[in-house]
Design a protein around this ligand. Sequence first.
Ligand code: PEP
Length: 268
Amino acid sequence: MTAPANPDKARRKPLVLGNWKMNGDVATAEQLLADLLQGERDSPEALAGVELGVFPPYPYIGLAAARLAGSRFSWGAQNVAHFGNGAYTGEVSAAMLRDLACTWVLIGHSERRALFAETNAQLAMKVELAIRDGLLPVVCVGESLAEREALMTESVLAAQIDALCGVLASADQRFVIAYEPVWAIGTGLTASPEQAQQVHAYIRSRLAAGKVPGATGVRILYGGSVKPSNAQALFGQPDVDGGLIGGASLIAADFLSICRAAAQRSIR
Ligand code: PEP
């Protein structure tokens, strides 16, 4: 048997996660979950070797847990409090998410950073609590269009990553990074596979520079207008280990098609 050209990539299991954001209602959530399960039943072999998950809005996580239990799909939350249980009206703790058998939690999505003014210090607290309570954080990083045009992509990412290296260093690889250029989220604009690869490689090197052990084994997802038509080219890049999917994750056929693309990714 010939060895794969990129053994590091070969040992990072591809991962595709769907961020439903604040969309849908009970009926549409039920339908989407049913359609995903049907897709799994229709062609289990096409999804073999990929890890899959969805992030429903908080009120539908219990529903997702009930429907997806025993399937290939895991589930998680789009946010978590930066405090443990206590007098924090309106917040949801990592321990509560663990009670709902969540595997994942999104931390630092650009919408949370921009619209809810989440700071790096709060994000570090969220990561620490998530790991403590048995969740796998999916840490989102990315630059705005103005920052990219000002050639600041690397410095912006460095600041976002460096702020978390301390907590990530003790996480024993129990986290995932999602590179989501803000200019590509929900805009229909996608980073080219080459742009994504360049930034993913930079993120990996920055984790290593920040003394995060095993950076070559950390999965780095790409997010930003991933569609069935561009998924395979993105996932084929050496440092792209799957995707965080927003809009397309609300359409079961599209999401399943993207999941299948991750299963077929070439090891380069
Ligand atoms: C997201 O919000 O995480 C995302 C990637 O959105 P979209 O796929 O719609 O660009």
